[in-house]
Structures are given as C-alpha cells and as structure tokens.
Design a protein. Structure first.
Lengths: 336, 336
DNA sequence: TATAATAATGTGACCGGTAACATATCCTTA
DNA sequence: TAAGGATATGTTACCGGTCACATTATTATA
C-alpha cells in the first residue's frame, strides 16, 4: 500500500502559491482568483494529488465515518437495514463501519472502542429489543436505533409500526371469514412482539371476536418454534382455522408441521407470515405476509443520524414506518 | 458528540512527566521505570484519557481500517463472508468499512475514494466473477478477492473448490443410480459456473455416462430461471431423472416447476442445490445441497489481507476451500 | 573516585491538513 | 495622489499523536 504521498505543500510549490491557497481551492471556498485557481488545479492534476482523509479528520475534528452495530450481518432484515443505511451515508459523503455484536459484552466493548478512539461520529444500533447495555451509550453520542425504540428523548429511532402490522395481518384473516385465529409470537420480551400482539388483539376486538389465550404460542423467531407451535395448536380440540406467525421463518415451520400432520395450506388452514423474506414467494404455498420496508428504514436512520451530527440541536425524531400487506396463496377464504 | 478531549499532554502534566513518557506507557513499550509507569497510569485513569485513533493514524501513517466491497450486503452468502471477515479483522485490531457496489461504475468510484483518501489499508473484494474493472485496482494496493480468483500473482483470493463441488453433487446423484442428470448452471461467464460444470462433466466421465448438451440449461441464479429450466427439460422426451442446480434459489424454482407440472420430488425426480441457504432444510422437501463454509472463507480472507498489509513480502496465497455435501430429502434412489 | 556504559526521561520536529490572523494588491473615491 | 475598502494571498500555529535524537540519572568498571 502507500503511494501518492503528494501533499498540499507539494502542490503549492508546483503552482507557486502558498499551501493555504491550495487548501482554499480543494475546498472550493473563499475567493481565489480564477487564474490562480486554474494554476493550482493544473498542479493537482499533474501531481495526482488528493487530500488525505486522516489529516483532514485531524484538523477538522471530524471523521465522516458512522458505525453500525448489529446482532449479526446475515439476517436478511438486518442486512437490508445496513445496505439502506450504507447507501444513504455514502450519498451524503460518509463511510460506514459495520460490526456485529451478538451479546451485551461484545456490544459494550465495541461501543467503547469506537467512541474512545473517536473514530466514528455516530452510532447506528440495530436491535430487535432495547436492553440495559444499549442505554448505557453516553448521552452526548449521536445514536439512532433501528428496530426498537429506547423511548429516550435524546435517542432517535426508526421502527416499524408493529401494532398496525399486527392489525393488518389479523384483519386480513378476519376478512377471509376466519374467527379462530391463532398467533405465533416472537419472544414476548421484545417490543415488536408486543406491538404485533396488540394489533392482533385490536383487530379481534374490532370484529367482536373474543381473545383466547390458548391461541397464543410464544416462539423464538426460529422455524422450529413455528413447527412446535402448530403441534401445540393441533392438539387442542376446536383448532384454529388460521395462523398469524410473527415472522416468515416461524410461518415456514408452521406450514411444514401442518403438512406433516396432513393438513393442507391454505385449504384446511391459512397461514400469514411477516417480513417478506427472500423466496417467500417460492415457498409452497407462496407466503402471504407483511412487508416491512427495511431498505427505507435503513436510509431514514442514516439520514436522521447525519442530521443529528450536523445539526445537534435538531430534535431527535422517532420514526415509525408503515408496513404493507402482501397477499399470496397461503391464506384463503374460510368456507365452513 | 465530542467530549473527553484529554490529550497525552494533559496526562503528562498531571503525572509530572513529558508527553513522550506517556506515549511510552500507552504503547507499553521501551523501558519506563515501574514507579513512573504507575504515576502515568493513575493520571490516565483519573482523566479518563484514551488515545485518539485519528491522531495516531496521522502520526503512524496507519489506519487499522479495512474496506469490504460487495455487490450487495443482503445476499446470504456475501453477508456471511463479511461477517466472518469482520470478526477476524476485529480480533486482530482492525475495523471494517463495508460498502456495496452493484456495478462497475460504483465500484470504480468507491475504490478511488477509499484509496485516494487513504482511509483504508486494504481491500476485500467480494465478487462472483472477475471483471475488467476489478483488475484496475492499482498494484500497490493490498487486496483479497472472495468468490473469484483474478489469477494475478499479486492479488490473493479465497474461493470455493467449485470443480470438486460440482463433482460431489453429480457423483451423489450417480450413486443414487441416476444416469440422466440435468444441470442448471449460473451464467456461464462466471468462473464458479464453469468450475461446477467441469466437476459435473468429470463425474459423468468417471462413471462412463455420456455428456448430453440438452441436459444443460444456463440460468442466472434466480429462482425464476430454475423454473424455466425445468419447463425446458420437461418438454424433452426422455427427460432427466435428476437435476443438479448450481444454487439453491434455482433449485427451489425447479422444484416449484416440477410440482406445478405434477411431478413429485424426489419420488419422480431428484434435485440437488448448492449453498445451503437458510431454511434450505425447511423447503418441501428439505433440500439436499452443497455447503460452502462462507464464514471461514471470510475469516481466511481477512487473515490473508492483514498479513499482506503487515508483511508485504509474504507471498499472496490463493486459497481454495473444500465444499461439503449435505444430504436431505430432495434426492433419492432412482428405482427404474 | 573518575569514567564509561546503560537506563530513564525530555525536546523538538513532523504527519498533512485547517483556522485565524496578517499582509499585499488592487480598485474606488475624495 | 493619498486614503480607505475590498479582494487575494501568505504566515503561523494547531489538531494529538509518534519519531529521532538529546539530555540527565543511575549503575558498573577501572
């Protein structure tokens, strides 16, 4: 590595001006006589000069670097957040450091390193659930949460409108004439599980359908837990005719369990998922699901973070993004 | 942001030593009298001092930052590469900038920005195929390719042993008594498609099965292309009894087409995929596939990159990782 | 005890930009 | 033509570390 070690002073020497004038040209600020500017630009060309970001950071006290911490990088939802954020960041002249922090300890270490070294100007935190270690981020740090809302007025966040999402999913099933609607939730400790649950209840309520405890199964987002949920439901007499799974993986597990039990989806039982993960349309049957615009959420988060860095007195927004229902073939009219 | 603006000189003043002695302590190098070291460390504690990475980069000419450029961040395979690389990088004290560059132009711009600004010490390039713009990376830059091998002796790479993988997949089908084995390839311009194809041919050869042009369909990695491939195969008389799809998405598309055509997988026809993507085990039927250890590939790539940064005369390794066959239920014995 | 050798610490410059202020140049206007 | 104001450019210090070398304190050797 290395090379192109041309500095502002080399350019200045060649152009016969002071280094400060070169600085003025590369920041195309101030008034520089057009003729001088031209001379400097020629010198820059000739020497293939380009400014050293580190030196600039040093002098300006700004790094133009954001950091994104996520439980992992492979989950499709998280990866889309990051991709959206990265794109927006780059569009605005920032780079994005990414790191995965699967547990509280890694998270704390990472945040410490990032902040202590002053390598980054702001933090994007992806997490499905706000935990104590998240909130230990010092207050003076610009941070935006994606996926969960810490509900602290100095921390911005971008979340999905889970309540409405849960409402939409449930309402879709109700409109298909289902009344025995089971739900496979994520861990109930997680905010989004709770939100979706509230939406589910509200929709039942609005339709005058009584809520039944036995129709709720707490999963852990894994396909396996979806599978087990169905085993649980099928043991009951008067089983549900429709299932709302709070994510697609659990929906897929549920469908598999139904198939293994000889039930046909959607003929015997409808299933709606959540996330619209890749290939959701290629499952058998293609999955009806709720789409969250993860890409947009990432972009919005980056925007918000940059704005809070550049204009620190701007208020922190807590953005809530609306979901969208995608109807495919895993849900159908209840004909009994 | 900001805060904790303590510098090495503040610490020096408090400890009653010179700033250089503080520098010695924080780099725990040189001989510093234990008693002095203690005084300095106390001062560091008291002032909550921690070194400024930017200043350090400036002085040392090193940023301890790597960059990873990928066509996108959401593809599971790419994301695993990145996650593996990030972990290894962090373990060795580096941070990882990630960016997506879906096309040649973005790629070129990005590389320029990264290199010109001297923000990063090395490049991790994820790509399924080496294209001209990739090779325009200046020679003095440390770079490691993941997924494709530029075959230039100054660029390291980590790739899958595609030929062996293709061989394994095909041999698996042959052992199940299949002789009419079709293949859905990726774009044949891509190195990995070609490698897998060579393995396929070698396995047929070894078993004395003639190669038939009509059994090859060129897909584009999408599920849709897998679907179309099957439509093509089924039109032929004397259709294949087994299909090797060069990735799981195409395999899923193929299975769907087979189902739509009333064929049962694996009873009527066996399908083997490639990648072992998430939920491959939850498809119907659970997908037999070839696993590439993407996580390890990412780690190896980061290792290689760091070593080539720290010891520039080390030779560039072109690592080739072995695949693994995962047998599930989409393939079975051909009983006719 | 004088002197060399070694260990411990200090000094000042430097990395490559930017900021603040100083100076020089040019054009108006009285 | 001298003074005043704007415009253009230069000077110097500074950001916060590290490096090379100078200096001082300590110990070993003659």
């Amino acid at each position: 590595m290395s090379r192109s070690r041309m500095t502002i002073r080399d350019v200045a020497a060649l152009a016969g001006v002071s280094h400060q004038t070169v600085s003025r040209v590369i920041n195309n600020s101030e008034r520089v006589k057009p003729e001088t500017r031209q001379r400097v630009e020629n010198a820059i060309q000739e020497l293939k000069y380009s400014p050293n970001a580190v030196a600039r950071s040093m002098a300006r006290g700004r790094t133009y670097t954001l950091a994104c911490i996520s439980p992992n990088l492979t989950d499709f939802t998280y990866a889309s957040f990051i991709e959206g954020a990265e794109l927006e960041a780059r569009r605005q002249g920032y780079f994005l450091l990414t790191a995965s922090a699967p547990n509280a300890e890694t998270f704390a270490t990472l945040v410490n390193q990032l902040l202590a070294s002053r390598r980054t100007e702001g933090l994007l935190v992806i997490t499905p659930k706000v935990e104590p270690h998240h909130v230990r981020i010092p207050r003076y740090v610009s941070a935006v949460f994606i996926g969960a809302n810490p509900k602290l007025d100095w921390i911005a966040s971008v979340t999905l409108d889970d309540e409405n999402a849960g409402y939409m999913a449930t309402e879709h099933l109700i409109q298909l004439n289902h009344t025995h609607i089971a739900q496979i939730t994520g861990p109930i400790a997680e905010e989004s599980s709770q939100g979706r649950m509230r939406g589910y209840q509200a929709a039942l309520n609005a339709a005058g359908i009584p809520f039944q405890r036995r129709f709720i199964y707490e999963g852990d987002w894994s396909a396996t837990s979806g599978y087990m949920a169905v085993q649980d439901f099928l043991e009951q007499e008067n089983a549900p005719s429709a299932i709302f799974a709070q994510n697609d993986r659990m929906a897929v597990g549920a469908i598999r369990a139904l198939r293994d039990a000889g039930r046909h989806v959607p003929k015997n039982i409808s299933v709606i998922g959540f996330d619209d993960m890749p290939l959701a349309s290629y499952f058998d049957p293609p999955l009806t699901t709720i789409l969250q615009d993860t890409y947009r959420m990432g972009r919005e988060a980056a925007c918000q973070l940059i704005s809070s860095i550049e204009k620190p007195d701007n208020p922190c927004r807590q953005l809530c993004v609306e979901p969208k229902l995608i109807v495919r073939q895993s849900t159908t009219l209840n004909d009994q």
